[in-house]
Design a protein around this ligand. Structure first.
Ligand code: HGY
Ligand code: MN
Ligand code: MN
Length: 412
């Protein structure tokens, strides 16, 4: 299909639709998983558009794409803005994409209006944040900040058994052809993103400034029981991992609601083997994703979770394996940058409020070791990770303008 063309008048909403073509699904969703063809085509298109904007565009060795506007006085001090290009399966067209495109358009506007900055400005399209294909998240920002490296690509495999390393190599990355992903020259990182919740819509404000991003942990729970006949096996003799998992999930959801300030627990993924109606399952795997702004609540809940799982399995003679494949602590955003963001919004008469992010973001990974600032624009109905994701052109444009004004303050 011929890709929609862009013109010099194209605004952020046009760019969102343009990028959404890469991995588009019939119902208006987008699926762009790390190192797939849709992902590579999107990164190549973003790189080409960065060049068309007059930015110096390049890949790094894990597939992040940077567009650089060199500083005249302190070129080695980099103010970076961007987000991630990958998506969840059949997600929305704004999650991640908006932050990449807003950063690119903000640099284009600043270059055209003010010329070269004093400090270097870069827009980045980070290769992966979601963890949708491999049991690995923040692959782009984690390598950029040195929290991850190429050796971490060897173990994670996708649902068809392809390793992250194989997929990376198949796209030409991870072989030293491109500059190493690790960077030590980033002075500040600004990420603009859709809120993915309903706070801004409920308050009627156009912009959110994030004070902190919740801590997050993800687990893969494997329960091994005993396959058997659905008709001849008495209920009391069964070792049924699906029955056990439904009890565990029910109990864990109740306990999550009892936690102070509501811990968020999601079981989004489940496989049942052999997955046949008249066979008692022998093996079940399901995911658990927990989030909370307080590290101690997360630690304590992990203890409760393992006790619930092991208790039910002990009762039923079922073997349980709990594999934690993702953990990140709650991370505060930089107060100085956030104050500048609030000031910028006030100077431009933009309604704004401070808020905590319940979603994880690259700003969380980067903010662990570098001053980071996160801006939100409203999500209609608070819906995200769905084809129904929507933010109006007016709200998208307010975000781009605020980002450009903030970057001007930081780099010119
Ligand atoms: O899951 C999250 O919070 C983010 O969308 N990756
Ligand atoms: Mn997401
Ligand atoms: Mn995101």
């Amino acid at each position: 299909m011929e890709k929609q063309r862009l013109s010099v008048e194209s605004g952020i909403a046009d760019y969102i639709d343009w990028l959404a073509q890469f991995g588009a699904s019939a119902d208006g969703g987008v699926t762009r998983l790390l190192y797939t063809k849709e992902w590579m085509d999107a990164q190549l298109a973003v790189k080409a558009e960065m060049s068309a904007f007059g930015l110096d565009a390049r890949f790094d060795d894990v597939g992040n794409v940077f567009g650089r506007l060199q500083g005249t006085q302190s070129p080695d001090e980099v103010i970076l803005a961007g987000s991630h290009i990958d998506t969840v399966i059949n997600g929305g067209k704004y999650d991640g994409s908006y932050g990449v495109l807003a950063a690119m358009l903000a640099l284009k506007q600043l270059k055209e209006t003010y010329g070269a900055p004093k400090k270097t400005l870069e827009a980045v399209s980070l290769c992966e944040e979601e963890g949708s294909r491999f049991p690995m998240t923040y692959w782009g920002s984690g390598n950029m900040m040195g929290a991850l490296s190429l050796k971490h690509a060897e173990v994670p495999r996708d649902g068809s058994g392809v390793s992250l390393q194989e997929a990376m190599h198949d796209n030409g990355f991870g072989r030293g052809v491109y500059p190493s992903a690790h960077r030590t020259d980033i002075n500040a990182f600004i990420e603009i993103h859709i809120e993915q919740g309903q706070t801004l819509e409920m308050s009627g404000r156009d912009l959110g400034v994030v004070t902190s991003i919740v801590g997050q942990r993800r687990y893969l729970i494997t329960l091994e029981g005993e396959c058997n006949h659905a008709g001849t096996t008495s209920m009391k003799w069964r070792k049924d991992p699906l029955a056990a998992s439904s009890r565990m999930i029910h109990e864990l959801l109740l306990r999550a609601e009892e936690q102070p300030d509501e811990l968020r627990l999601t079981c989004g993924k489940m496989t049942v083997e052999p997955n046949v109606a008249n066979v008692i399952p022998g093996r079940v795997q399901f995911s658990i994703d927990i989030r909370h702004q307080n590290q101690r609540v997360l630690e304590h809940f992990y203890e409760e979770m393992t006790a619930v799982i092991n208790g039910i399995c002990g009762e039923k003679g079922i073997r349980a394996m709990i594999d934690e494949y993702m953990r990140i602590e709650p991370v505060p955003m930089d107060e100085t940058l956030s104050a500048k963001a609030l000031e910028t919004a006030a100077e431009n008469g933009i309604s704004c409020e401070e808020m905590v992010s319940g979603a994880g973001h690259d700003a969380q990974m980067i903010g662990r070791s570098c001053p980071a600032c996160m801006l939100f624009v409203p999500s209609r109905g608070g819906i995200s990770h769905s084809p129904k994701e929507f933010t109006s052109a007016r709200q998208l444009e307010i975000g781009v303008r605020t980002l450009a004004n903030l970057l001007y303050k930081l780099a010119y």
